[in-house]
Design a protein around this ligand. Structure first.
Ligand code: NAI
Length: 269
């Protein structure tokens, strides 16, 4: 361990169970000397094992629906009280599509579902940023990270409306990152992660094929949730102070690979 986050305080959204990217990140932040508040939607807390993670990492839990501004206000105020000052890092690790859950095809969306999924997966990031910003809750050179997927740039048929949500999410990082950088020296980035076997990931139709294909296409293989946690730590640390408004691929090289020999072999008779 490198003590990369010694003395740093944060908020981690989205740890549902031990497979969650946020769960792995919380464990690694703890190992690197950071302290944090854990938060998730009240319903997820009843289903999830977040208490176990809180005990393990000496953290408090504050329930908050990330689409609800009152919940976010309380979360930010209480977190600063608990942690004893401003926040240095925030992880937004939240995603959900109602169309995917209810099996609605991309060409047959229910727009109430679309709006709900967009609010949870994309606008919630703006709401988190705006609440932090208005409360002047972030320290100078603080760092905020959200998780994305390459369907924001390229078409993956079964990713459904989450593709649009991720495109919107990445745009928020750029747009808010400008103001947060100029005015408060705070970094805002998204990490575009490989397909990862988590609750959210496995909700995507044909996920097993999807993950195997990505692995075969990536020169370094798929990035795991633990590796994503490691990468996120670098963005929370002081070693990446001038990295902001970026969408950073963490995908073993997938996004820049046209085809791999392994995939080609499947087509050679
Ligand atoms: P996960 O299912 O463990 O985490 C998703 C989290 O979102 C859960 O903890 C859930 O309770 C939370 N959430 C849902 N609605 C919420 C709300 N209204 N308020 C607060 N929290 C809410 O799955 P995973 O994979 O760890 O997802 C984390 C992030 O990583 C998501 O943004 C996801 O889209 C992204 N991602 C996942 C990939 C994958 O293949 N698993 C690939 C690339 C990005």
């Amino acid at each position: 361990m490198y003590n990369l986050l010694k003395g740093k305080k944060g908020i981690i959204f989205g740890a549902l169970d031990e497979n969650s990217i946020a769960w792995k990140t919380a464990e690694r932040v703890h190992e690197e000397g950071g302290t944090f508040v854990l938060t998730n939607a009240p319903i997820a807390m009843r289903m999830g094992q977040i208490k176990e993670l809180a005990e393990k990492t000496g953290s408090e839990i504050i329930p908050a629906d990330a689409t609800n501004l009152d919940d976010l206000q309380t979360l930010v105020e209480k977190s600063m009280e608990i942690l004893g000052g401003k926040i240095d890092f925030v992880l937004h690790s939240i995603g959900m599509s109602v169309n995917v859950r209810k099996g609605r095809h991309y060409t047959d969306q229910n727009y109430d579902f679309t709006t709900k999924g967009w609010d949870v997966s994309a606008v919630s990031f703006h709401k988190v940023l705006q609440t932090l910003y208005k409360n002047d809750a972030m320290s100078e050179w603080g760092s905020i990270v959200a998780l994305s997927y390459m369907a924001a740039q390229r078409s993956f048929p079964d990713y459904n409306d989450m593709a649009d949500n991720k495109a919107y999410l990445e745009s928020i990082a750029r747009s808010f990152g400008y103001f947060y950088g100029k005015e408060k020296k705070v970094r805002v980035n998204t990490i575009s992660q490989s397909p990862t076997p988590t609750t959210a990931g496995q909700g995507v139709k044909g996920f097993d094929g999807f993950i195997a294909y990505a692995d075969m296409m990536s020169p370094l293989g798929n990035a795991t949730a633990s590796e994503c946690a490691d990468y996120t730590l670098t963005l929370f640390s002081d070693l990446t102070k001038k990295v902001t408004m970026q969408n950073l691929y963490h995908d073993g090289g997938f996004s820049n690979t046209g085809v791999s020999n392994e995939v080609m072999e499947k087509f050679i008779k």
